[in-house]
Design a binder for this molecule. Sequence first.
Ligand SMILES: *Cc1c(COP(=O)(O)O)cnc(C)c1O
Length: 420
Amino acid sequence: MNSKELFEESKKYLPGGVDSPVRSFEPYPFFVEKAEGSHLWDVEGNDYIDHCLGYGPLILGHGNSLVRENVFKQIENGTTYGAPTENEIKLAKMVIDRVPAAEMVRFVNSGTEATMSAIRLARGFTGKNKIVKFEGSYHGAHDYVLVKSGSGAATLPDSLGIPEDTTKNTLSCPFNDEEAITKLIADEKDEIAAIIVEPVMGNIGCVEPNEGYLKFLREITEENNIILIFDEVITGFRLSRGGAQTYYSVTPDLVTMGKIIGGGFPMGAFAGKKEIMSMIAPQGNVYQAGTFNGNPVSVSAGISTLNQLDQEFYRDLNKKGNYLRDEISKIVEKLDLNIQPVGLASMFQIYFNPEKVTNYEIAKKSDTDRFSTYFHELMKNGVFIPPSQFECNFLSSSHNDEDLEKLIIAIEDSLKIAWK
Ligand SMILES: *Cc1c(COP(=O)(O)O)cnc(C)c1O
């Protein structure tokens, strides 16, 4: 069957024909045959340079040989035990060694579980109930954070099925606006347990914090006994060895991780100060549990991934990112388009928006119709990016110079057609 037929078939058995809404696009998504390195092939045999990269986990590209080797070895010894392993200590130490906020870690199965548990922990630790998130930020698909949420869904209404009672303690605030958060904290005097923030907003495209903004959040949370949670599910091990907190030199109280930490397998983690993390069961009374927590296969993939991410790795990868963003800027200038190339390190995107995007309100004004044309033209040119304006594109260490040159030509051709 080809992708079109598979999609028709799939729709009969899977809602919308996909297992996660961002994977669906018009007229139908391609179905994947296989992937290797920087490339992905659909069932028709079309070859794409992959800049979606599983929405972030694959910083080494597909099928990294060291990760494969370690995973195969683990599988021969079993795939899940319901009992602890030495490798969990090894990976925990690797996280603690790299991530400034991490003194203790709990491994879970997804980013969603990580933020859900970190929020519970912040509430348990402070004895307060309210949390603050930023408009357009995405912290996974659980009830507490599906309020004014991003993730390809920047134009969708909030989900049905979430009782008002569940979200009445979730406050939201515009990103990059010091006055707004100051006022919110003053109004909610002593009721806010935590502020959860994506240090770089990667689920409405790619929005960097204004100079000093994260430091400001650190100070105002400290002054008001509020737990600061960095949701580093995208930025962790992506922006630098220690994630955004190292990149921007701001250390939160708790950090949530996912994507890269599982080396292409399902995993999440949350970590933070010993004083706070000690409250997690069975050491303390904040409950958190999971059949597959610290799964040996995911842990082995995580270890062999993090092992490869040294300073030189980031220097090389980010150099590619800088080169790519420079080239995109030149194209945009040459074509005289009033749009915004954005990104940092190995993250990139182009906002089809004349205004500089600093928050969700501005991001939403982007021209999504033209973006859709751009996306489809890129596909015709053998490049796969997430289908939404409100996602981020990634580079991996598998992308070589030839891939980059192809991408740059594809971007120029696709922009020309989108803005014809
Ligand atoms: C992807 C993502 C999540 C959710 O992680 P899942 O593994 O998909 O549950 C949470 N926070 C951020 C910032 C993300 O990008």
